[in-house]
Design a protein around this ligand. Structure first.
Ligand code: PEP
Ligand code: MN
Length: 359
């Protein structure tokens, strides 16, 4: 069933009409006073950057990783607001985080991917937000589950929060990718098509995981007319206590913004459905190639085994079984058997070539 949302357009979030895209920039984590201050100072003269992000509490995979500085960081952030007029964004994971952020005049709260993956936590945060008028950003959950993402947006919206945006930070890389997280653009296009009232912000830093891929991802998000970008920046990236590889220096961040081609967000993107389908095809082709590479790796291991045990490469009985079972499967899935047979033969020829190489 189609959900209904009551969301204030992102251009009306602040007192004056805000031009799009909204740029949120700042370090992954607030580490110390100097790091926060110097990062913000280097950004303050760029009018495109309106919101300063910084993690105060960090949900980390290992308990031995840096988990954020907690409450003392608020003092450093307040100073940024006072001295540079930047708005502040902080991640919340629990009702007590919400309470502390509101007490410390944080303007934008965001729910991270791990929190959004857990509806119980989202509901607790939603309840804590009741009666406030804060801005809440909701990152996508870890797994590419649009319903779970929409459910989180709905929970927050139902608690009376109307300034909401979805943040696209990519999905757990269960398929091969050079990126830290798989973008799955088609899923976000689906969200955009079904619920055009939900603003979408891209987080290229967490999709990329490495500064070298950020530009391409940010440009793609702009080409799809996203409403904003959230980017990680650190005064001294190589010394960052979290996400060092993906943080740009403030100077590099500004260069990136200069280089990006900003789409006029008022334009309608043409053929969104065609773009969505192309993204799906790209993702499937990548998976096919990755699977072929895995298959050939197993072939190499088999070649070694056969060599060690003096077994001949071509085992006709096995080959016949492969053909028979694969063609039956293809038939069940409505695929043309001739086509699948040709494909299997090509794969088999390549497997024999690899095994012969290994002799
Ligand atoms: C972050 O923005 O630093 C963060 C922890 O993000 P995510 O929840 O997307 O991993
Ligand atoms: Mn981070």
């Amino acid at each position: 069933m189609k959900k209904s949302f009551n969301i204030v357009p992102i251009t009306q979030w602040f007192n004056s009409e805000t031009p799009l895209p909204i740029i949120i920039a700042g370090p992954c984590s607030a580490e110390n006073h100097n790091q926060v201050y110097h990062t913000a100072q280097a950004l303050k003269n760029d009018p495109r950057i309106r919101i300063f992000r910084a993690g105060v509490w960090k949900p980390r995979t290992s308990p031995n990783d840096f988990e954020g500085m907690g409450e003392p960081a608020f003092e450093w952030l307040q100073e940024i607001k006072r001295d540079f007029g930047l708005k502040l964004a902080v991640e919340v994971m629990s009702p007590s985080h919400v309470e502390l952020c509101l007490k410390n005049n944080i303007d934008v709260l965001w729910l991270g991917t791990r929190t959004v993956s857990n509806p119980y936590s989202v509901q607790q945060i939603a309840s804590a937000l009741k009666g406030t008028h804060t801005i809440v950003l909701i990152k996508n959950p870890m797994n590419p589950d649009l319903k779970l993402w929409l459910g989180a947006i709905e929970r927050i919206n139902k608690s009376g929060i109307k300034k909401i945006a979805a943040v696209h930070r990519g999905f757990y890389p269960f398929e091969y990718t050079h990126l830290r997280n798989i973008p799955k653009w088609e899923l976000v296009i689906d969200l955009k098509t079904q619920y055009p009232e939900i603003p979408i912000i891209a987080d290229p830093s967490h999709i990329a995981g490495n500064t070298k891929y950020i530009y391409k991802i940010a440009q793609k998000a702009l080409d799809l007319c996203y409403d904003g970008l959230m980017l990680e920046t650190h005064i001294n990236p190589s010394e960052a206590l979290s996400d060092a590889q993906q943080q740009l220096s403030p100077a590099k961040l500004i260069q990136l913004l200069d280089k990006l081609n900003f789409c006029n967000a008022k334009n309608e993107i043409e053929h969104l459905e065609l773009i969505r389908l192309r993204e799906k095809i790209d993702s499937i082709d990548n998976q096919l190639i990755e699977l072929l590479s895995q298959r050939m790796e197993v072939v190499r291991q088999m070649a070694q085994y056969k060599k060690d045990h003096q077994i001949s490469i071509l085992q006709l009985k096995r080959w016949r079984e492969i053909i028979e079972s694969r063609l039956q499967k293809a038939d069940e899935l409505g695929l043309n058997k001739e086509f699948i047979k040709l494909m299997l033969e090509a794969i088999h020829l390549e497997a024999i070539r690899i095994q012969s190489e290994n002799k």
